[in-house]
Unconditional design. Structure first.
Length: 230
């Protein structure tokens, strides 16, 4: 039974797609299906555009914890659209500890970060020290998104390799990061596999994901297969 709805919750339920809810719930096993409304991402982004900058959105961002999965996604999308870097970081610091699944974590990628790479890099170092699973995952993802191309920072590889966690969703992101690094910065990344800097599971998952990548040559894939650990 639904509790008394807020206006935003009512708008989310108006966008509900039950078949999508049933499908999507299977992809986010850490989330109780009863808290999933079933709103497709394009519809959620359209609602975000409507709400962004309004008093209603400002109030919504203070209403943590949220009840529904889609409310958390909406929260992330609203943060993404912020144009003030300092306010965005403050908002993320409040919100990240409330994230309880990989999908909400991974959808947040503010474009404004591109204009603040030096200070963001320092902030990521703090996120990597967090006790919250998805704060750490978010930090690693930001390193993957913004520091493996023109703004490549070799030290970032060391930061990620130093992360030790028992959490599946952290280790999967570490593997994803290093597989992407192998595709984009191979000479800097390959020593971390050659010298066994990652735990065995993450090491092998990195190789698996790299072998699945179309950005890595067949010759390199053959070499990587030889680096698998038993």
């Amino acid at each position: 039974m639904r509790t008394m709805e807020t206006e935003i919750q009512a708008r989310l339920f108006a966008l509900q797609d039950l078949k999508y809810r049933d499908f999507n719930s299977k992809l986010i096993p850490t989330v109780d299906k009863a808290t999933v409304i079933g709103v497709r991402t394009p519809a959620l982004r359209a609602l975000t555009r409507e709400l962004s900058g309004t008093a209603e959105a400002t109030a919504f961002l203070t209403q943590l914890p949220h009840q529904y999965y889609e409310e958390n996604n909406l929260h992330g999308f609203l943060l993404e659209r912020m144009k003030d870097y300092d306010k965005l970081i403050a908002g993320l610091d409040i919100f990240l500890p409330y994230i309880d699944n990989w999908a909400t974590c991974d959808l947040i990628s503010p474009k404004i970060f591109k204009k603040h790479l030096p200070e963001l890099y320092e902030k990521i170092k703090c996120w990597l020290q967090s006790e919250h699973t998805y704060t750490v995952r978010f930090g690693i993802e930001m390193l993957m998104s913004f520091y493996l191309d023109d703004a490549f920072v070799p030290e970032a590889l060391e930061l990620v390799a130093a992360v030790r966690s028992e959490e599946y969703y952290v280790n999967m992101m570490i593997a994803w990061y290093f597989a992407t690094a192998l595709a984009k910065q191979y000479s800097a990344a390959i020593p971390y596999l050659q010298s066994n800097r990652l735990d065995s599971w993450t090491h092998n998952k990195t190789i698996q994901k790299a072998i699945e990548s179309y950005r890595i040559s067949d010759e390199t894939k053959t070499y990587l297969r030889g680096l698998k650990r038993k």
